[in-house]
Design a protein around this ligand. Sequence first.
Ligand code: G3I
Length: 361
Amino acid sequence: MKSVLFILILMLTGPLNLDTYHGRNENAMRFKGSEPVVTCGRSGLCRKADFPIGVAVDVSKLIRDTDYRNLIVSEFNSITAEQSMKASVLHPGKDNYNFNETDFLIDFCRQHNMRLHGHTLVWYKGIPKWMEKFKGDKNAWDVLLKDHIQTVVGHCRGRVRSWDVVNEAFNDDGSLRESIWLKNMGPEYIEKAFRYAAEADPSAMLFYNDFDLESRPEKLKAVVNYFRSLKAKGVKIDGIGMQMHISITFPYLTDINLAAMQIEEAGFAVHYSEFDITMVKTGKLWMMNKHLLRLQEERIKEVVAAYKNLKPQSRFGITMWGLSDADSWLYDKNDHDRPLLFDTKNRVKPAYCGFLKGLTE
Ligand code: G3I
């Protein structure tokens, strides 16, 4: 019986390679073993899609690294700053704003005919120290929030297409997350943030952005209901960003599609805003690299293909959260995770081919 099982495993996975996994702990994994054959070449993803294809960028790398820059320009037509437009960078002192990196991105996007998506105006993280320590009553906090949003959005008016106005304000159970904003202003901070952003640039598209909307039904329901009722009150809110930090195995495609469809049905555009597919949290650590990378290819293909089923006006776009695996926030965190479309040397991965097939097949 045991040998039958062993042969079956071999047939499914190919010869076992114990080098595949030599992590430092249960979740850690250096990806070893053979690489799968990559079945496609670079084709300019953004030219194959009828919705924007975005990437999160590191501005200092964009300035100094020609390969990085050229690859971004040839494959993507939408940009999100991974750091540069967070309050910690833009607003380092109470009366001190720093738009150097934002202005660089604005010029870069104009030069290359790309869309710039602003990330993010109000978040419980990415806050400068002075703001964390700020003392004042509800009114003083309101003045601070308004000044931050209107100075930033005002500076970018007409040049930044869209904003993540509020990021990650909800807990998994649908309640509001503790933050300096909730603590000092109460739940109204969300509505105020959207109103202030709309006043500062009426033409910008305004988004709420969060993670796990595809895997936490309570959270999704709370978010959709909350913003549907804000919209019914006349507050401008155009879309919802599903961050889409997913794994190869979780959640089911059906759950991802259902979440996107619910957001669409509530009248919002859908942005897959920080897409990456971890290879670590798969529960399949016994598998070889080449099988995991193939599964990642299949996974991305099905997600991208299904996104096309949304109505054209609901498809704000799909944004990858980084260019190469080495750029990913998960790379160090997960001991060399491989969640993106390009490998650490900027070469096309099977995941890239999956994305391309999802767009074209
Ligand atoms: O640049 C400094 C460097 O000078 C310093 O030596 C080093 C020491 O820690 O830190 C560097 O800054 C780090 C920065 O990334 C650049 O690598 C920050 O510590 C680190 O906190 C920051 O993490 C970012 C995180 O947001 C917090 O802003 C991640 O790169 C970024 O991918 C992540 O993105 C978030 C989205 O904004 C919201 N959704 C979740 C997503 C992933 O966490």
